[in-house]
Write a protein that binds this ligand. Structure first.
Ligand code: ATP
Ligand code: MG
Length: 420
């Protein structure tokens, strides 16, 4: 029988590289946890209608990239292509917005699925860490989220990223701009698909990546000139708060983002070392989403950062994260009786909070020491029958090579104090 391969557009996370992914998730979520965001986990699939209504029927995500399927029971489901719609659905379902004070601040980490053309940085299964602040209109929240993402990337050592910022207006001013843009687009020479997109969601045309289209867009009306006073003032406050926090950003009028639910603030983190898959994360305000999925008015803001692309960004900047070895002590027994005793010591070490591993399978000294080396342990605990007879084990410092006999009695404490 032939062996299986991971499906197209997916890859496995394997040690030792997988440790970097865990560290990235940790680095992105740590500032959120320290800022009042609680952890939320939602199912990997939802009713397809949630995404159709939430993300938007006309978006690439829903119309082209979604893994939608009918279950044996006849339910119409989809693997989640993004996190926000699910988090808001869960918030509404559990009435989190009524239970405590607003905003409801949540963070998540998980797998997302999009049927895309696989290439470097673009996969069919990928991983995001995201944050949502639900139920409050306050420019300080928009600023907080951008500052926390910036902090996370800086903590990872990333420097070559830029923050693009825009305002998409609200339900007062965007429709006026939309109509003006539509009128402009109607005068251009566009292909059939783009003409249809101009009818359904003209702002998305601004996002077209083709040069030929971008050339024609040169004289397009600018959203900035259409923003209402409230949106202008709101955006100005976000900009001021970011500046005061020392976060550098670029105003980017073309930044529309690929999801329909955004209003007012939108932003994207781009990394200049990633080629065409340059967006490492993005987000914005989605004041209308709750109502779009049947809830009350709950103005909210959030972002999602791509873990896969963040790891690629680290590589692009030549950054290797300092990941301490997960094993501190590696036990090497020589002989049957020592096997039993050292296995007991390893269990006790683990209970005492010392990360310990063991040479399994009755390996000889050479192979066992090789395994000890590979584990990255600071100390090896080596013992033969004679050591046991003398009531000691050999504690070998794996860096200096120095070896000392230590009493078996009280070994856990002896090791612990050395590691401290
Ligand atoms: P792009 O414009 O590159 O398609 P996007 O706007 O569709 O990105 P979002 O929906 O904003 O992306 O998702 C947030 C982040 O999730 C992205 O910035 C990216 O880091 C990551 N991401 C999105 N799609 C993929 C994918 N197919 N493979 C890997 N990472 C992805
Ligand atoms: Mg996309």
């Amino acid at each position: 029988m032939s062996t299986f391969q991971a499906p197209r557009g997916t890859y496995d996370l394997l040690p030792p590289d997988s440790a970097t992914f865990l560290a990235v998730r940790e680095a992105i979520s740590a500032p959120l946890r320290d800022s009042g965001y609680g952890y939320i986990e939602t199912p990997g699939f939802e009713n397809v209608e949630l995404f159709a209504r939430g993300v938007g029927e006309s978006t690439d995500i829903v119309s082209k990239e979604m893994y939608a399927f009918t279950t044996k029971g006849g339910d119409e489901l989809a693997l989640r292509p993004e996190g926000t719609a699910s988090v808001l659905r869960a918030t509404l379902e559990a009435n989190l917005h009524k239970a405590g004070s607003l905003p409801v601040k949540l963070w998540y980490s998980g797998s997302y699925y999009r049927y895309e053309r696989p290439q470097k940085g673009r996969y069919r299964h990928f991983s995001q860490v995201g944050a949502e602040a639900i139920g409050m209109e306050d420019p300080a929240l928009d600023a907080e989220l951008i500052i926390l993402a910036d902090q996370a990337y800086r903590a990872l050592g990333l420097r070559n990223f830029r923050i693009l910022l825009n305002s998409l207006g609200d339900k007062e001013c965007r429709p006026v701009y939309r109509a003006a843009l539509q009128e402009f687009l109607a005068g251009l020479d566009l292909d059939e698909d783009t003409v249809r997109r101009a009818e359904i969601n003209p702002l998305r045309v601004l996002d077209d990546k083709r040069d030929a289209v971008q050339k024609q867009l040169a004289g397009a009306p600018a959203l900035r000139d259409y923003l209402c006073e409230a949106c202008k003032a709101y955006h100005e406050q976000v900009r001021e708060l970011l500046t005061a926090a020392g976060v550098v950003f670029e105003d980017d009028e073309k930044l529309v983002r690929g999801l329909d639910y955004y209003t007012r603030t939108t932003f994207e983190f781009v990394h200049d070392g990633l080629g065409s898959q340059s967006a490492v994360g993005g987000g914005g305000r989605y004041d209308g989403l709750s109502e779009m999925i049947g809830g009350p008015a709950l103005p909210s803001v959030g972002w999602a950062l791509g873990v896969d692309r963040t790891v690629l960004a680290l590589q692009a900047e030549g950054i290797t994260l300092e990941l301490p070895s997960s094993t501190s002590v590696f036990a090497v027994p020589l002989g049957e009786e020592t096997r039993r005793v050292l296995f007991g010591v390893v269990t006790d070490l683990r209970k005492a909070g010392v990360a310990a591993d063991f040479a399994f399978g009755g390996k000889g000294l050479k192979a066992a020491m090789k395994a000890a080396n590979r584990s990255g342990a600071k100390y090896a605990l080596i013992a033969g029958e004679r050591d046991l007879a003398e009531g000691v084990v050999q504690l070998k410092d794996m860096v200096s090579g120095e070896q000392t006999a230590v009493a078996l009695e009280g070994i856990v404490e002896a090791v612990r104090s050395r590691l401290a």
